[in-house]
Design a protein around this ligand. Sequence first.
Ligand code: ARG
Length: 616
Amino acid sequence: MADDAPRAPGLASAGTFRDRLRGCFAAAFQSLASDGIVAIDAAEIPTLLEQVRETADAKFGDYSGTMAMGLAKKAGKKPRDLAIEIARHLADAPGYAEAFAPPGDPVGPGFINVRIRDEALGAAVSAAFRDERLGVPGVAEPDTIVIDFSSPNVAKPMHVGHIRSTVIGDAIARILGFRGHHTITDNHLGDWGTQFGMILWGWKRFGDEAAFAADPTGELGRIYRTVRKLADGKPEEIAADPSIAELAAKYPDAGREVLLETARLHEGDADNRALWERFMPACLGDIERLYERLDVRFDHTLGESFFQPFLAGVVDDLEAKGLARESRGAIGVFLDGDDKPPFLVRKADGAFLYATTDLATIRWRLEHWKPDRILYVVDHRQGQHFDQLFETAKRWGIDGVDLVHVAFGTVLGDDGKPFKTRAGDTVGLESLLNEGVERAAAVVAADEGLSLEERRRVAETVGIGAIKYADLCQNRTTDYVFSYDKMLQLTGNTAAYMQYAVARVEGVLEKGGIDRGALRNTATPIVLADPKERALALEIARFGEVLEDVEADYRPNVLTAWLFDVAGCYSAFYDALPILKAPEPERSSRLALCDLTGRVLRKGLELLGIGTVRKM
Ligand code: ARG
């Protein structure tokens, strides 16, 4: 077959092995069709190519194509017989023989198993070893992607619930950016809602100037907690605390008055505006400190307040287009017919809602950033809000942008209920991080060779890494149980284990006095003679595929699972084979593999927002 045979669209010739193999399968489908064996529509090909995946068990080869079972009926053949035909055409596909061993006989009902040729795998990891990007190809067509994440309501202290959006959103942004997309991160702060009304109302009644001067967020937090109980608290909650009960008796109408303060702020009342401007820096300062500690940065922090000037226009426009209409004084978009509750954009008292701001925000982002996608990394409990938001946006004429709710589950305590302190309060993010670091200090304090200052830094990196990793390694849509003990274990799928693996890999190079720059400049190719070397190289060569899979479903846990596999393969390699004591050329080849493993693990952790240490 000629080398210029048509390729499936979008498949570059020198991508990952999986891309290359999929390109070969695509060519095979075309020749199967032209030979009259089975008719395959071009439109069908992407779905069929998704059925080319890595095998679960190495004894079946490296990749497996499972489409014969689904296609057999249409071909009028037994799956196995069709698989034989596919395999025959696959072997003839351009580029196949350079990279892959001839496919053997299909196994089972018709699995086409493929193994990368050892020389091709060796060449790929040798190239990765010399490559800044570690052999990870960039996407062919970069998208502009807005990632809306963290986005806390700022007048209250950040708590454990905020960790997920912050950590998952940051990892996704890092990964998409490394893949070559143009990412725009935006912290959509809740800086304009009812929680500010609570603070304004409380401050005017029992604010303490001296306390605010000494510890602004402490004082605002106190006010917030008090007013929240007064305004929203259950009767037994109020009765349980004498100081609250006393205030409740004094201010029986707190709930309504709080809403009035919020409305006054929104209407531009000078006093409330001045207080808001005074409180905001304190709120932001606190949050900023946490982001710094978490090593999370945003390109933009356009909070809800930023979009206030546009809200009336959004409602007018929705009305003018006949999408929104009045209902009992309020204005809403009736998405599911007249008898179902509408998506409210203005309340009867004239106040705009969370939804109104989100609509204005979409329009603003489209106008200014022209994104191909907007990702909202937000708690799954807001699922209905986003369903309605996206549907309204579509009817409003917003198209050409993919709006995605990247939802996540709840952080639970040992008791299986949402994670709380013993006293029943939500756990503040700051104290959560402090405790993680403290406990990490106890685990990593063992290394005598570290100074006190170094130990402190190691504990910070390990403690915060543990908390992040414990979150990221979960399937994001499920709830998970928060456990310091588990997350700080030195074995198992934890940050500490991964950080330890990096330190161990690099320890070998250090022990041998190896100059890594010089090592990369020598011409030694990586040779995969031993199965353990091959297994490690194969994992490393999959880095690009793994990141593609993370993007496909916005799941960082695909990356953590792979890092764990890489570390496992490294252990097996390290335990079985001599490195520094090996004769040449194995010694150089294995040292190169060590260097590459260390860089790959470090990069993987970096993409998760997790730091590494030299010693621990
Ligand atoms: N501030 C909201 C909350 O804490 C989350 C905002 C998410 N982003 C958005 N565009 N709605 O629940």
